[in-house]
Design a protein around this ligand. Sequence first.
Ligand code: MN
Length: 272
Amino acid sequence: MPGNLNHLVEELALANRILSHEGVLDAFGHVSVRHPTDPNRYLLSRSRSPLLVEPGDILEFTLDSEPVKPADVALYAERVIHGCIYRARRDVMAVCHHHSSAVLPFCVAQKPIVPVFHVGATIGEEIPFWDQHDEFGDTNLLVVKPEEGHSLARALGRHSVVLMKRHGATVVGGGLKELVSRSIFLCWNARHQLGAEMLGAVTPLSRGEIELAGSVNTMPLVVARIWEYWTMRLKASGGWPPRRGAEKAPRLLAKPARVASRGRPHRGKRRR
Ligand code: MN
């Protein structure tokens, strides 16, 4: 496996765990990244809770969301979301679909999420809604058919986020770290918006503020700083993914302070 692909696979496993640890993904939901050298493929885990995803779980898929190599493992039912968006949006390099409790009240009430603070500018000025029932009538609300995925991609349009009625959200990014930031910031913004609306009327950032603050939030320095923060939080929780092929996860927590062994003379002190 080429070095940059190997690195991206490890980063995707990490993204799965960060998004879980930060409350975006839970037992369900998934995150993918476009293949670094073949734009007609993307990388996504086998069907597994994102908090548990390891590099060895990551598979390659075509844009029809079929595995490139036959895989004798369960696959995510809703993976067409990823393939259909990568096909429709050549600028999108990473996709996250989730059902976070932070956004679900807005999805159920069909109330817009708007950027209400500077970090929230990353979600963009407008978030469209998609109601699967409009086009497909009664379904189990899972996006599993290609036509459902294409419909969702059309609703996303040129935006960075689409809310799915009574279901969740799908977020896109120009890179994996940008996507992780936007996915987490969407949840922060939704919580702040809901909290602020309990206190009174809420007005969104202006278009100019969204552009200016949004461009700061995607600066490499800022993305690197927040990535390091989430990475260290994950490490401290003991949730670091094992490396590909590793039999067990590396030891993450600091070893307890070493106690001086008995009978060992203290150095640096001379006895008189
Ligand atoms: Mn879903």
